[in-house]
Design a protein around this ligand. Structure first.
Ligand SMILES: Cc1ncc(C[n+]2csc(CCOP(=O)(O)OP(=O)(O)O)c2C)c(N)n1
Ligand SMILES: [Mg+2]
Length: 314
């Protein structure tokens, strides 16, 4: 969980099941906005697919056709809860396909099949069609953790699955995955050219709009993302007119998914962008608290001090 290496685009994980998915969407958004040919792979368990953050992330990635490879390791248990007690639809690939993305179920015990499906999915994503989803059907032989007494399943079930253990099946074969090079770091910031505003009389709305316009004008990495910030002009008309000025890529209407697009903002910032995430009214920010507290606020220590994340609120 504490492995992290931003220089290799490896952004680690955290203790919140599904909490990393919106961040993966944001990293892919940064790549998409910079026309970089990267694919962000995001690996999670079957348990994560019951969380709202999965749904928000799948919808955002498919809606904006982002280069994300969602890899679900379906090992049939979320801690001690069996798949059928966890999900109404246990065919997880079918569920993912309903978001309008390519979704394949793969024998997760077959290393070659997983590698081949991953290659094909990455090719599809690089073709520009948006995200893909792989359900890797596998099994966990051991308990979920050292505290888990493993009382929720029969030993015979485990023994049966061990028949298809991929490690003995691979013994004697030399299998080498292709290694790709890490990508270059983000471009340097443009110098600030703020005009003097001393003595200016204005309204909060106008001042905020001017601050947005100023930031959007002097730094191409800045973009605005939130509910109804575009065509509607913002709930309080702060962003009125900015869509016409800067276009829909940079004045980006987001679906109702506070956790999803706040996390995507964090990911986009990690990917070198300077997102402005607008949450319509302060009470809705509570829905994004997981991303704010468990992701943004922990990145410094989770990355071993390598990711400094600056965050202004107001
Ligand atoms: C949001 C959240 N709720 C609950 C937990 C406690 N928890 C940790 S792992 C886990 C199960 C996750 O299921 P899965 O991803 O399938 O992992 P597996 O049990 O297969 O290792 C739970 C409930 C958590 N870490 N995060
Ligand atoms: Mg699981």
């Amino acid at each position: 969980m504490h492995l992290f290496d931003a220089t290799r685009r490896f952004y680690g994980g955290n203790a919140i099941v599904a909490g990393g998915l919106p961040v993966a969407v944001g990293l892919a958004l940064a790549d998409h906005m910079n026309a970089r040919p990267n694919v962000t792979a995001c690996i999670f368990g079957d348990g994560a697919m019951a969380e709202g953050e999965f749904h928000e992330s799948a919808n955002l990635a498919a809606l904006w056709k982002l280069p994300v490879l969602f890899c679900c390791e379906n090992n049939r248990y979320a801690m001690g809860t069996a798949l059928a007690r966890e999900h109404a639809q246990t065919d997880l690939a079918t569920r993912a396909a309903s978001y309008g993305m390519i979704a394949w179920a793969v024998d997760g015990m077959d290393v070659e099949a997983v590698a081949e499906a991953t290659r094909r999915a990455v090719d599809e994503i690089r073709g520009g069609g948006g995200p893909c989803f792989l359900e890797l059907r596998t099994y966990r032989f051991r308990a979920h953790s050292m505290y888990d007494p493993d009382r929720y399943r029969e030993k015979s079930e485990i023994e049966q699955w061990k028949q298809s253990d991929p490690i003995p099946a691979l013994a004697g074969q030399r299998w080498r995955p292709d290694m790709t090079k890490p990508t270059a770091a983000a471009t340097a910031a443009a110098p600030a050219t703020g005009a003097a505003t001393e003595g200016l009389q204005t309204t909060y709305r106008e001042a905020l709009r001017e601050a947005h316009r100023d930031a959007l004008t002097r730094d191409p990495r800045v973009f605005l993302m939130g509910e109804d910030v575009g065509r509607y002009g913002g709930c309080f008309a702060v962003s009125l007119g900015l869509l016409e000025e800067f276009g829909p890529e940079r004045i980006r209407d987001a679906p109702l998914s506070e956790s999803g697009f706040t996390g995507a903002g964090i990911g986009a910032a990690l990917g070198g962008m300077r997102p402005i995430v607008e949450i319509m009214t302060v009470n809705f920010s509570l829905l994004a608290m997981d991303q704010i507290l468990n992701n943004a606020a922990t990145l410094l220590h989770m990355s071993g001090g390598s990711c400094r994340f600056r965050w202004w609120c107001g």
